[in-house]
Each structure stands twice: as C-alpha cells, then as structure tokens.
Ligand binder design. Sequence first.
Ligand SMILES: Nc1nc2c(ncn2[C@@H]2O[C@H](COP(=O)(O)OP(=O)(O)OP(=O)(O)O)[C@@H](O)[C@H]2O)c(=O)[nH]1
Length: 395
Amino acid sequence: MIHRPLRQSRGRLATIFAIILCLMSAVMGSYVYSACQKASADYTKLVSDIILAQQATPQLRTALEEASHQPSNEPIEYIDYFVSVSKQHLNNIQTTIERHRYLTSDVQYLTHHFIELDSRLSILNQQALEAQQRPELIEPLLRDAIEISGSQAWFYNQLLEEIHAISLQQRLVMQRLSIAVSVLLVLMVSAAITLCLAVIHLHRQRNLMYQLMLTDELTGLYNRRHLVEVAFAALTQAQRDKAPLSLLLLDLDHFKQINDKYGHPSGDEVLRQVSIKLRQLSRPSDTLARIGGEEFCLLMPSTSTHDALQVADRLRREIEANKLSDLDQHDNPTISIGVTTGNGGTLTFEQLYSFADKALYQAKALGRNRVESLLPPLTASSENTDKAYMQSLIS
Ligand SMILES: Nc1nc2c(ncn2[C@@H]2O[C@H](COP(=O)(O)OP(=O)(O)OP(=O)(O)O)[C@@H](O)[C@H]2O)c(=O)[nH]1
C-alpha cells in the first residue's frame, strides 16, 4: 500500500505538471498563431504589380529617348504619359504593401524612395506644363524623365529582392511552424493525459478518504460513525414498517490479559481474527462495527429478540470454539454479548445502545462468555420469554 503523504504529493505534482503544460500550450499556441499569419501572407499580387511596373519602365524609357531625338511638341505627351503610368504603378505597389502588415516593417527603409519618386514625378508634371510655353525646357525635361525612370528601375529591383528574401523567411517559418504544431500537439495530449490521471487520482483519493472515514483501520470493519448513520436510517425504516430492530453489543473477555501476556501486536492480531470470524458469521444485511478497543456492535434490522438471541449465542459459541494459533488454548478469547430490540417505537439509537450496554454489563457481571438481553419498557413483557429462552440456550 502506498503511503498517504506520498499519494498526496503525487496528486499535487500531477496538478502542477498539468498547469505547466497548459501554460506551455498557451505560449506555443500564440507562437503558432502569429507564425501562421506570417506564413500565410500572400505576396503574389505585390510581385505581379512590381513586375508590371518593371516591364513598363524600359518601354517608357525607350519612348522618352526616342522623343529626345525628335524635337517637336510630342515629348510633352510622352512625359505626361510617363508620369501618369509611373504614378499609377507606384500607387498600386504602395497600396498592396500597406495591406501586408508583416511586409510593411521589412520594407520600411524603402519608404522614403516612394515619397521621393512620387514628388519627383509631380515636379516633372509641373515642368511639363511650363515646357508647353517654353520649348527650350523640353530637353532638360526629357533628361530628368529618363533619370527618374532609371531610379524607378533600381527601386523596383530592390523591392523584388526584398520580397524574395521575405519568401525565403516564410519557408523557414513554415518549417518551424510544423515543428511547433507537432510540439503543441504532444503538449496538449500530455496535458490531457495528465489532467485525466490527476482527476482519476483525486477520485481515488476521495473514495479512499471516504472509506477511511467510515472504517476502522485495524480490523477493516465499519466504525462508530458509520454505525450511527446506518442505525439512524434503520430506526426510521423500522418505525415506518413497525418492524423489530435488534442491537448486539459484543465485548471480548479479559482482553487486557491477552495484551499483557502476549503483547499489544498479538492483541491486535486477536482483534483482527475475531473481526474476521464475526464478519463471516453475520448476514450481509446486518451492520457490524468496531466501536471501541475490544467492543463490537451488530445492528440487525427486521430481527426479533428471539432471533437476535439465537444469533448472539451462535456468535458466542463460534468465538469460543475458534482456536487462535498464536495463543495458548486456555487463553483463547471469549465474548460477552448484550442484546436489545426496538419494536417499531420512537427509540433513538442512544437509548437502544444504553439498553444493550446494560445487558452487556450484566453478562460481564454474571461471569462473562454469555449472552444477556434487556428490552425497552414497552416490550418488557417479552423480555422474560427471551431471558427464559436464553437461559435454556446457555445451560
Ligand atoms: N491490542 C489492542 N488492545 C487494545 C486496543 N484497544 C483497546 N485495547 C486494550 O483492551 C483492553 C481492555 O481492557 P478492559 O477494558 O479492562 O477490558 P477486559 O480486559 O477485556 O476486561 P472485561 O471487558 O471486563 O472482560 C485494554 O488493555 C486496552 O489497552 C487495540 O486496538 N489493540
């Protein structure tokens, strides 16, 4: 049998372990959630926006270069077209970037290029308007536009490289994520198992505690607390059914001498052996309890005084005949028994007990190893009959 404090500390450990597992699961869960968000970000639209912008840039540049070789009013239109297409691409890219919050922080360092390119395109637009009045401005304007398209090409390249690096990170995150999910699953399963074990353990503890509360540790018989509870219910039932309820008080004779001669452990063994014998001899519907050192009680529902006296005498004879190997033959224990019966009246357990106790006292006084009965006043008339019957049994 496992020692009780050990059981308790095991239960506490299981609870602590379960709490730690739950906390770890929560931490892992939040990590998995954020990693999932990161890994699931879709940059396809952004990449296609950049590639479109990248593809448009050389065409615009070529058109601008061609326009610079044919001095006419047409370059202004080219510049207008260049500005509006470039602004549109920049806008698209910026909007898509803003939609991906994990990406925004990674490309933060490129933000000022956005602003710069945008403002340069706006200035170019203004200058194009002026150049309509002053044709000499067209040439420097075209040079500026070509330079801006170069900056754009560099910028788009940078962005693509950045996204490529981010997608590599994503793959890494995916790998870590799958490991984390596996760990999380293991943790959750362990937590569930530990919790189940803790619940089972607590349930067993509770049952054991309940059993300890109701039984006598030395003999395994019921204790006084349980007897009183059962007696209360049995008395109520007996009163309702107007049925008899008998109570036997059994006390080992000269038990002190056994203790003194053979020692306390042997005395304990005698108590255990006598308990086993009494349990074997009593009916399952009766309640047998150890209520004191060497004192036992047998509660017998629906049993008349006549039947109770028969049972008592059988118990007395069996205990007397039951030879215990540890003791010398003449030291074999005997018992004295006090019997009483409630006949459906309003007797309490304490009153019934005091009648049985007085009967037991009488049995001791009359020489021990015998059965005596004492009935409550209302049924006293039957007492003489029982006593006469008992006397015949004893003699
Ligand atoms: N070994 C053992 N002895 C116990 C236990 N409980 C009580 N006793 C002993 O039981 C003895 C009871 O002594 P007494 O009350 O004088 O009763 P007795 O010697 O049986 O004498 P009578 O009842 O008058 O026949 C005492 O010596 C107690 O120490 C127990 O759990 N184990």
